[in-house]
Write a protein that binds this ligand. Structure first.
Ligand code: 13P
Ligand code: ZN
Ligand code: NA
Length: 281
């Protein structure tokens, strides 16, 4: 069933695991993620970035996910990932998204608070939870390239959460979007420090390229939602590439879709196990 992410994340916090949040780009990826979640009996979040929304439209993704979630035996939330403006966040709520991220992390501290608070003001009466980000996650994020990486300051995080009323907080502790050029260096102590002063669920971005151990350790230290994007895109495309290599005459899009879905489903099952969200329904 389609639900909001609020109870899902609080359950994860209480249970000491994280909900996997998977970026989807088309119907096939939606189906593949849900198939994996159903097989492992895991609550799950599907999310789309602004560039994905631009490609497929909010209404279209809301319709696809609503239809697929209705048939699912596990709780499913549809989340706007890295919401880039107040207007987009409001439109997403209107179109049926059940979870919103407003990303003001590129703004000043005060402007970030201002835009996040404004989104909460609209979302809260509608029962929609809001994730915001403080500090900067590295790498290429959707269409935006983060400048110098700035990790989240624990005391700023506490103030930020109090002044915005958000329901989950994305933290910067050294992770980056996309794959890593070297070995990722995570400031896990900082994560534990943030957890000490912030009681709402914490979110880890940039999980593609992290070791299973790093993800598990971060979950132990208070991460309740882990975002996976790049590696799903790669898995989907690898499935199609393999098919084309084996059978270059393939022309039915359904066959490409099936090949991509299989790879995504396998990957997502693996990530759900790493997050520890299997059998949590
Ligand atoms: P990756 O692309 O590194 O998996 O990051 C995902 C993410 O943070 C989406 O918001
Ligand atoms: Zn992200
Ligand atoms: Na990454």
């Amino acid at each position: 069933a389609l639900v909001t992410s609020e109870k899902m994340l609080l359950d994860a916090q209480r249970g000491g695991y994280a909900v996997g949040a998977f970026n989807v780009e088309n119907m096939e990826m939606v189906k593949a993620v849900l198939a994996a979640a159903e097989e492992l009996n895991a609550p799950v979040m599907l999310q789309t970035t602004p560039s994905t929304v631009k490609y497929g439209s909010l209404e279209t993704f809301a319709a696809i996910v609503t239809a697929e979630a209705k048939k699912a035996s596990v709780p499913v939330a549809l989340h706007l990932d890295h919401g880039s403006s107040f207007e987009l966040a409001v439109r997403a709520i209107k179109e049926g998204y059940t979870s919103i991220m407003i990303d003001g992390s590129h703004e000043t501290f005060e402007n970030n608070i201002e835009v996040s608070r404004k989104v909460v003001e609209v979302a809260k009466p509608n029962g929609i939870p809001v994730e915001a980000e403080l500090g900067k996650v590295g790498g290429k994020e959707d269409d935006l390239e983060a400048e110098a990486d700035t990790n989240t300051d624990p005391m700023e995080a506490k103030e930020f959460v109090e002044r915005t009323g958000i329901t989950s907080l994305a933290v910067a502790i050294g992770t980056a979007h996309g794959f890593y050029s070297g070995t990722p260096v995570l400031d896990k102590e900082r994560l534990s420090e943030i957890r000490k002063v912030v009681s709402i669920p914490l979110v880890l971005h940039g999980a593609s390229g992290l070791s299973d151990e790093d993800v598990k350790d971060c979950v132990k230290r208070g991460i309740c939602k882990v975002n996976f994007a790049t590696e799903l895109r790669v898995a989907y495309t690898d499935g199609i590439k393999e098919l084309l290599k084996e059978k270059p005459d393939t022309f039915d899009p359904k066959n490409f879709g099936k090949a991509g879905m299989e790879k995504v489903k396998e990957l997502v099952k693996n990530r759900i196990l790493v997050c520890g969200s299997d059998n949590k329904v």
